[in-house]
Design a protein. Structure first.
Length: 334
């Protein structure tokens, strides 16, 4: 289941055009996204150069999306692909970015569908234009209905249910599931799955994921109001680390568990500050999304036969096995 900088005078459409013309990412404040690694310009494939647009719903500052992008850049370097990455947490603005990719006549589009209804029209336009579209990370229940070629990600209902069952094993009795973006289908599915698998009581707490001080104070207030809460479940690594601070501020005895990893979260698991994490392998999602478009374009391949998603998670990371991924997390790829 994040951080961009926009000039207030630009409309979303104008911004999208600017991003594509410059090959920049709205989530990195103008950092070049084309060929993300030093040797990317050479490539390793001898197939004709192609352009892939990757458009996500990333909100400002969430390091999760750095992992997605690194995977995409690695595949682009290997496949002789020009990668143009852009993002916007607003569903309407994200759709405008997809439309801009269509207007630029790219060879393929990889996108997240956190708000599937907002993507329906532009995915149809891409298909009409002969541009293959693959989905990843968000929209597992809707990718086929939207007309996408393939999907790469985690089944959030299954992941949430497994998360709830693991809470049962830890002896938890009362969990609060913190959702940082109301209406985001993948996030809502995680908490719904957790509620189904967990035998204890589950509360849902909505927070403003773009305002971390507010996230901290909202979780703290919830814990102060209800001392029976013994687990805080977050849906992203930065929110877990913030929740650890909230637990301390509230004088609570609750433990924190989370979905998703980053380098700091791995250390928190090693140190025992976070009980466990679910890894959906975002690097792999970004890599497969780009690589799949290259395979489709150059050899007509598509994973899952167009009917089944390719699942990249869930995998539980605990203190017992975290050291096995720590070295990769330190490199920024897990």
């Amino acid at each position: 289941m994040r951080r961009h900088h926009r000039a207030a005078t630009l409309t979303a459409a104008a911004l999208a055009a600017t991003l594509f013309a410059a090959g920049c990412s709205s989530s990195s404040g103008g950092k070049e996204s084309e060929e993300g690694s030093a040797d990317a310009s050479a490539g390793k494939a001898n197939t004709p150069r192609m352009t892939v647009a990757m458009i996500t719903h990333a909100a400002p500052g969430d390091t999760f999306w750095d992992l997605i992008r690194k995977g995409a850049e690695a595949a682009a370097a290997k496949d002789n692909v020009k990668l143009v990455y852009s993002s916007d947490p607003s569903a309407g603005n994200q759709a405008n970015l997809v439309q801009n990719a269509i207007d630029q006549k790219v060879d393929g589009i990889a996108l997240t569908a956190a708000k599937p209804s907002a993507m329906k029209a532009v995915v149809a336009k891409a298909t009409e234009a002969g541009i293959p579209v693959v989905g990843f990370n968000s929209g597992l229940d809707d990718w086929k209905a939207l007309g996408m070629l393939e999907y790469f990600g985690q089944d959030e209902n299954i992941a949430g249910n497994a998360f709830g069952e693991r809470l049962n094993e830890t002896g938890a009795k009362h969990a609060v599931c913190v959702i940082q973006e109301q209406g985001h289908v993948a996030l809502e599915a995680r908490c719904a799955g957790l509620k189904k698998g967990f035998k204890g009581k589950t509360d849902i707490l909505y927070v403003n994921g773009t305002d971390m001080p507010s996230v901290k104070s909202t979780i703290t207030a919830k814990l102060q109001q209800d001392s029976s809460i013994d687990r805080v479940v977050t849906l992203g690594a930065p929110f877990a680390l913030t929740a650890v601070q909230s637990v301390s501020d509230a004088g609570s005895k609750a433990k924190v568990a989370t979905f998703d990893l980053n380098k700091e979260l791995v250390k928190a698991v090693q140190d025992g500050k976070v009980e466990f994490a679910v890894d959906q392998q975002p690097y792999l999602q970004g890599y497969l999304a780009v690589d799949s478009l290259w395979l489709y374009k150059t050899n007509g391949n598509f994973s899952g036969g167009g009917t089944a998603p390719v699942l990249t998670g869930p995998a539980f990371i605990t203190k017992d096995n975290v050291d096995a991924v720590a070295e990769f997390a330190a490199k920024g790829t897990r």
